[in-house]
Design a binder for this molecule. Structure first.
Ligand code: SF4
Length: 66
C-alpha cells in the first residue's frame, strides 16, 4: 500500500471502468461510499494480469484522478 492514506483505488486515475459516472464521483469523494464497487485496474502493469480492485485497495502505481 502507498504511504499516502488517501492514495486508494477509489481516487485513482486507473479506477472506474464499468462504474456509472455519478457513482464514480461519489467514490472519489468518499471511497467508503461503495466498497462493493469493483473495477478493473487500467494501469498497464495491472491490466495485463486483469486485476480487479475495490475503492479501498491501493498500490504504488496510484495516480490522482483528473
Ligand atoms: S491498483 Fe493501483 S493503479 Fe490500479 S486503481 Fe488501484 S491504486 Fe490505481
Amino acid at each position: 500500500m502507498p504511504d499516502n492514506p488517501q492514495a486508494t483505488c477509489g481516487s485513482c486515475e486507473y479506477f472506474g471502468d464499468g462504474i456509472a459516472q455519478q457513482q464514480l464521483v461519489e467514490i472519489r469523494v468518499n471511497p467508503e461510499s461503495a466498497p462493493e464497487a469493483f473495477s478493473p485496474c487500467a494501469a498497464p502493469r495491472n491490466a495485463e494480469i486483469h486485476l480487479s480492485v475495490g475503492p479501498r485497495a491501493g498500490c504504488d502505481a496510484w495516480k490522482p484522478a483528473a
